[in-house]
Design a protein around this ligand. Structure first.
Ligand code: ADP
Ligand code: MG
Length: 319
């Protein structure tokens, strides 16, 4: 069994070209870029709550970092540094090897240096902190949506929830669809490039990443911006074939763990957004519009413009 310090050295303390000083001292030393603000976010993943204890460790390492990078993506920040605080029930080399490989793979894919952390023994619990940079005053925020904006969502929200339903034996998916859904659940791709380009090209007013469900997270934007929204069900991405449409729609609207971006943008940006979607090879769906605040903040409309019932607005840990 490696000692705590050997374990850190062996599995976590990789090269950190973006830090003045990386793991090994009492603090890491970082030199932020002049004129930038730091965007900082932390997320905890608890075994049994956020992932199953027997989750493939390599996928877990990827996901633990990826879900944090998604928060940077939503703010249009450039990912720079990360810290990992973890408690581990034991120090099994095979598990650690695989976990750290997934973590480092994600870090290198998105250009992040793991600059420090804390390692203790205890129930499996992973807490990642990420730091990114954004030019002062330019971050994408939740509180900037205005009435008249179009509402957009990236990718295929709902696949991760379908993947989870499959793992829990609640639905049988075709092999091809199952692979897509499990990849979405286990190896989410934070939309970092999308967030950066929305911010750089001044395309979005407000943005959020979808961690708890499309409607739930959209609700946060509406609340913070003091506006309402109409979502057009018919303009959402088409539902995957071969799955009960009710279940697929529920996953799309309320399923968590997708890490797509929802954002609002002025209607005069439609052409630029279509071009950006093509450039990034990532579908962007114009699926609604921001309206003045009203009693029920969020209306879901069918093709005929009739309001549809919204049952369950996503996943709330204390709900
Ligand atoms: P201290 O006791 O001063 O808090 P630690 O003994 O906890 O320091 O950690 C020693 C060094 O190893 C620190 O630089 C810390 O940031 C780093 N470190 C600890 N755990 C991790 C980890 N899981 N990943 C990356 N770096 C880590
Ligand atoms: Mg410590």
């Amino acid at each position: 069994m490696p000692s705590e310090f050997e374990l850190i050295r062996r599995y976590f303390a990789g090269p950190t070209p973006q830090a003045v000083l990386g793991p090994g001292d009492d603090c890491a030393l970082l030199a932020p870029t002049a004129g930038c603000e730091l965007a900082i976010s932390t997320d905890m993943l608890v075994a049994g709550t956020h992932f199953l204890a027997d989750t493939d460790p390599c996928q877990l390492g990827w996901k633990a970092l990826a879900v944090n990078l998604s928060d940077l993506a939503a703010m249009g920040a450039v990912p720079r540094w990360a810290l990992l605080a973890c408690s581990l029930p034991d120090a099994r080399p095979a598990w650690l090897e695989s976990f750290s490989q997934g973590l480092h793979r994600c870090a290198s894919r998105y250009g992040v240096d793991l600059v420090g952390g804390d390692t203790t023994r205890g129930p499996l619990n992973l807490c990642l902190t990420v730091l990114g940079e954004v030019p002062a005053g330019a971050a994408l925020r939740r509180d900037r949506a205005v009435a008249g904006d179009d509402l957009w969502v990236s990718g295929q929200p709902g696949l991760a929830a379908l993947g989870l339903a499959q793992l829990q034996g609640q639905v049988g998916l075709s092999e091809v669809l199952s692979m897509r859904c499990l990849a979405a659940l286990q190896q989410p791709l934070p939309r970092v490039e999308l967030g950066l380009e929305l911010r750089r090209r001044l395309l979005a007013h407000a943005a959020i990443d979808v961690s708890d469900g499309l409607l739930a997270d959209l609700g946060h934007v509406l609340e913070r911006s003091g506006v309402g929204a109409e979502v057009f069900a018919a303009q959402l991405p088409s539902l995957p074939a071969g799955v009960d449409p009710g279940l697929a729609r529920a996953c799309q609207l309320t399923g968590g763990d997708d890490y797509e971006l929802v954002f609002s943008a002025s209607p005069d940006k439609r052409c630029e957004l279509a071009a950006l979607a093509a450039e990034l090879d990532l579908p962007l769906w114009r699926c609604g519009r921001i309206v003045a605040a009203s009693a029920d903040r969020l209306t879901l409309l069918d093709e005929m413009g009739q309001a549809l019932a919204i049952n369950g607005k996503g996943f709330d840990h204390f709900g």
